[in-house]
Design a protein around this ligand. Structure first.
Ligand SMILES: NC(=O)c1ccc[n+]([C@@H]2O[C@H](COP(=O)([O-])OP(=O)(O)OC[C@H]3O[C@@H](n4cnc5c(N)ncnc54)[C@H](O)[C@@H]3O)[C@@H](O)[C@H]2O)c1
Length: 269
């Protein structure tokens, strides 16, 4: 069920708020952008995929705020700076930044990762957030304050994806450490740590996908461990990930900073 079907949205919660969402072409990022648009926020969607423009177009009828989009490679600081500059230009200012890009590219025991693969995993799941936060922070400070929500993962304790786990552990650390510095500048820094989430088939694949029996078995071990680690015995839905992200992004969470909220059916990460 989507948020409209369940009625789980709060009219006008983001009215007069300008929100940047990264990785918004699909999955959790897209669903977050839709929810915030439905709650009348102004949204700026960033992704490496051109699909992001089509998604942004579909949001125009949902919100009375502004809608914009840009493609950028957030694995580079220049890409993150460019995305933030375009968001400010399109929306006038920035109040909330939701850094959602990430995801395991390969699934295998650590001794099977090559140097190049490890670098790519860290670039995808740590640097996209680190560069984005670095680019966003001066904008939020200049604006008198704001909120950063990073989308991490409970897979900091997950099998067959050590480089991804290391990246998300670092996302958790930068969230709590930056919250200490940024509080006096009126900037909150928070994160959610999703568990396994059901979503439509990806239009933009994360990587080559498991090939051969061995790789499929390693991937299956991830799925099995993901479910076994919950106390609810199931994957979550997109709505179940979106709701805590938008809550933490909203003014309702004004006394929460530095927290990483596990959203994983009881798996604490
Ligand atoms: N889906 C899950 O089960 C799950 C579980 C735990 C945590 N998470 C985390 O939630 C977040 C979203 O997950 P998802 O499954 O919805 O993601 P996804 O893989 O479906 O989508 C990620 C989006 O990011 C974009 N992207 C990738 N690299 C980029 C780059 N360098 N610059 C700009 N955009 C880039 C892709 O084009 C894509 O649209 C990720 O950080 C992921 O680690 C997801």
């Amino acid at each position: 069920m989507d948020d409209q079907a369940t009625g789980l949205f709060t009219p006008n919660r983001f009215r007069h708020q300008s929100v940047l969402i990264t990785g918004a072409a699909q999955g959790i990022g897209r669903a977050v952008a839709e929810r915030i648009a439905r709650e009348n926020g102004s949204v700026f969607l960033v992704d490496r995929s051109e699909i992001v423009h089509e998604v942004a177009e579909s949001l125009c009828e949902l919100t009375c705020g502004a809608v914009g989009s840009a493609t950028a490679d957030l694995e580079t600081f220049a890409g993150a700076q460019d995305a933030v500059a375009q968001a400010r230009e399109a929306l006038g200012s920035l109040d909330v930044c939701i850094n959602n890009v990430g995801g395991t590219i390969w699934a295998k025991p650590f001794e099977h990762y090559s140097e190049e693969e490890i670098t790519k995993e860290i670039n995808r799941s740590l640097f996209t957030t680190l560069w984005s936060v670095r680019a966003e922070l001066p904008e939020l400070i200049a604006n008198g304050g704001g909120t950063i929500v990073n989308v991490s993962s409970v897979a900091t304790r997950g099998v067959n994806r050590v480089p991804y786990a290391a990246s998300k552990g670092a996302v958790n650390a930068l969230t709590s450490a930056l919250a200490l510095e940024a509080a006096e500048k009126n900037v909150r820094v928070v994160a959610t740590a999703p568990g396994g989430t059901l979503a439509p088939e990806r239009r933009v694949p994360r990587g080559p996908g498991p090939e051969g029996e061995q790789e499929k078995q390693w991937y299956q071990q991830i799925v099995d461990q993901t479910i076994d680690s919950t106390v609810m015995g199931r994957y979550g839905t997109l709505d179940e990930q979106v709701a805590p992200i938008v809550f933490l992004a909203s003014k309702e969470a004004s006394y929460i900073t530095g927290s990483v909220l596990p959203v994983a059916g009881g798996d604490q990460g």
